[in-house]
Design a protein around this ligand. Sequence first.
Ligand code: ADP
Length: 374
Amino acid sequence: MHRNFKNIKKIVIKVGTSTLTNSDGSLNETLIKSLVAQICDLKNRGFEVILVSSGAVGAGMGLLGLDKKPSNINEKQALAAVGQVALMHLYERIFWAHSKNIAQLLLTRGDFGDRKRYLSVRNVCLKLLSLGIVPIINENDPVVADEIKVGDNDTLSALVAGLVDADLLIILSDIDGLYDKNPNTNLDAKLINTVEEIDENIEKMADGDGGKFGTGGMTTKISAAKMANKIGTNLIIANGKMPNVLFKILNKEKIGTLFLANQKKLSSRKYWLAYGATQKGEIVVDDGAIKALAQGKSLLSVGILDVISEFERGDMINVKSRDGKVVAKGISNYSSSEISLIKGHKSDEIEQILGHKSDNDVIHADNLASKDQN
Ligand code: ADP
């Protein structure tokens, strides 16, 4: 039995720490060699591949002989800096043995948050692919503090998939896929073959905890799948230790868990608005406005209840419901102080209240990504 998903050309492969490292934290060279051999073979067959690789902290631990992840942030960042070199050195040696060149891109949240930087990362990735080079991406952990991090490589890989418009995102972990409950603590857990829609039931299956070296567990993988599926990318979670795992996936064999891409693809700009752009302020809207936004309409002043934090005209803001949930994100045509004055009023009253009117909408539909909009 084979899977039936669209033809694949551009693939992002994310390999987790628990796959790349041995139980003592050192890098699992045998496994890395096998993955690289498969990637090179795929490249020879015409696939474009981007690798998102964790493993820097693990590699640093192995190199310095530590058996516990340090809890101190500076120590962790120092380890990541040491380990990143070891990791890339290993990749370089193995890719060279297959006559393939690699490139390193160390990214942070800010590279996705700023539109210009985002487009420049996209261009460099696409250039590298056109040159036949394999970009290897990781979060630039040594230079970013927690609050400005993407935070985990599952999310990073989904951002990268959106960035390059990948056809398939493969997340390789130490587990065969998504089980209906955490298989490490439930012997009767069953592997799920295909997820057509990520609903609450699916989200509940995830147990957030990864292993000793892993980070996000299944929670971040499911949220990465939600993101990737929205931009039209299929996502497969599979076991990195399964022999020829990448070949099997591309032969469309039914291994791992496939999260099917949404039929209706979010535009690349809306994907960036929803997941990349950094927000500067927040407003609260009423239920009628939430409904309108979900239908892809613009946000009008009449549905705005409150301004929570300050921002300028042109800033990216969070739109929240009364109970504090983010329902949409978008670029505001008015500043927070202007919105404080026009909230609850109809658009044709704006000029009279402010003495000027730049736009009918507070956030235009084109500059708005709603949580429920597909
Ligand atoms: P990686 O380093 O590959 O990102 P993690 O260790 O962070 O991997 O996440 C994988 C782990 O998630 C699995 O080994 C398992 O312990 C845990 N997990 C939690 N809930 C589930 C589930 N429902 N199905 C599969 N694995 C789960």
